[in-house]
Design a binder for this molecule. Structure first.
Ligand code: PLP
Length: 430
């Protein structure tokens, strides 16, 4: 079958799978059976350039031999050791993470998925602050499990959020996106968005707020980088109102936005970082939370235990150590040298009347579409939902890209494409 015979795919990027209740990208999406570097191929031998890194995970590229070898070696020696004992791969990965994490984030807790990492961070924050609420942004994605879904604020999961809100104790605020605040400059946008956040903290009652949980660059919600100074204002507000700052780096970590962690570019120190996806380049499921020294000590004293059986699985940790070697040796430099070309090629799409904005950082970009009649973005940030429309071009563009041999992602809300190649993509791939 050629790509052109495949039906249109829905805009949302959701995992294809045979079993209910998993969503699927459609009945006739390719069955991917092989991958190498930035390319994958299906069971009929059709090759695709994977510019979505399979849900923005496969940062080191497909079938990276050094990672496969490290996992094999670990599995041969001892595949699993429970968290009640030490394990060399786990200890080494924890030390490597603490080495590259900003500031004094040297405590490492391992989980299995990004959703669970975020839930663990929330439990840490609530225990430490003795306060129930965690504030997150509309147009954010923090996971699909019970608590993480309640923290999520993308319009497509609004119904889910509200179903869980009563138990989650979470509140929402708006990210600094131009369409939400009528600002004439990035500086004014920072000011208005930070003032709005302060209003929300005060309105919720600062003593009841344990933490803010934010992606440094919005991921599937549309690759939003913050305007200059926004995160500094956020950090100041956290200090002023005694609220912890958690940076959700499930997508933005491990070189995706250029640095080890996306928050580094903002020059502020978070109290916790949550990570997943790129830590093993998705060669095995692994996630975790990095916590500041003092917070780690206090949590240990308190004896808070949120451990899971497969958190910090040794085979996954071996994959993590090998993936970090690849990032360090080659790929952080590659992102630095290739990202400007990726950026300028994508920004050229801004000239198209169907495109309302191109934005992102490093190897994480979004192309947002405009309503053809008005040229306005499809999403009303204050309404918290996408406009009802049958003309959403994203499905057709994704299908056309697939016909041309390129896989790209779909954002949530679904009026945008997400372009996020493996970090080994070179100029010619771009
Ligand atoms: N946080 C962010 C920013 C994400 O993008 C995701 C998943 O895409 C998650 C958390 C949830 O991670 P997982 O799907 O591994 O549970």
């Amino acid at each position: 079958m050629t790509g052109s015979e495949r039906p249109a795919t829905p805009a949302g990027e959701t995992p294809a799978s045979g079993s209910l209740p998993h969503w699927s990208d459609g009945d006739d999406v390719p069955t991917i059976t092989r991958g190498e570097g930035v390319r994958v191929s299906d069971d009929e031998g059709t090759q695709f350039l994977d510019f979505a890194s399979q849900l923005y995970c496969v940062n080191a590229g497909h079938s990276e031999e050094t990672i496969v070898e490290a996992m094999t070696e670990q599995a041969r020696r001892i595949p699993y050791v429970s968290s009640s004992k030490h394990n060399d791969a786990r200890t080494e990965l924890a030390a490597r993470l603490a080495d590259v994490a900003p500031g004094d984030l040297s405590g490492v807790y391992f989980a299995v998925s990004g959703s669970e990492a975020n839930e663990a961070a929330v439990q840490f924050a609530r225990a430490e602050q003795d306060a129930p609420k965690v504030l997150t942004r509309w147009r954010s994605y923090h996971g699909a499990t019970y608590g993480a879904a309640a923290l999520t604020g993308d319009p497509e999961t609004r119904a889910t959020v509200e179903r869980y809100a009563a138990t989650s104790g979470s509140g929402k605020f708006l990210p600094p996106i131009p369409a939400a605040f009528d600002a004439e400059s990035p500086e004014e946008l920072t000011e208005k968005a930070a003032d709005h956040l302060e209003f929300v903290i005060r309105n919720e009652g600062p003593d009841s707020v344990a933490a803010l949980l934010m992606e440094p660059v919005g991921g599937t919600s549309g690759a939003f980088p913050a305007p200059p100074g926004y995160f500094e204002r956020v950090r100041d507000l956290c200090d002023e109102y005694d609220v912890l700052l958690i940076s959700d780096e499930v997508i933005t970590g491990f070189g995706r936005c250029g640095d080890w962690f996306g928050i580094e570019a903002e020059g502020v120190q978070p109290d916790m970082i949550t990570f997943a996806k790129g830590v093993t380049s998705a060669y095995a499921p692994l996630a975790g939370v990095l916590v500041r020294d003092s917070l780690g000590a206090s949590l240990r004293e308190e004896g808070i235990d949120v451990g899971q059986t497969f958190g910090g699985h040794p085979v996954a940790c071996a994959a993590g150590v090998a993936a970090m070697d690849v990032y360090e040796d080659r790929l952080l430099d590659n992102v630095e040298s290739v990202a400007p070309t990726l950026e300028s090629e994508l920004r050229a799409l801004n000239a198209h009347e169907a495109v309302s904005e191109v934005r992102g950082r490093g190897f994480l970009w979004a192309v947002e579409f405009a309503e053809p009649e008005t040229g306005d973005p499809y999403v009303d940030p204050w309404a918290g939902e996408g406009n009802e429309t049958d003309d959403n071009p994203v499905a057709a563009v994704k299908e056309a890209a697939m016909d041309a041999g390129v896989l790209v992602g779909g954002g949530r809300p679904g009026f945008q494409l997400i372009v996020a190649p493996p970090l080994c993509a070179d100029e010619s791939d771009v």
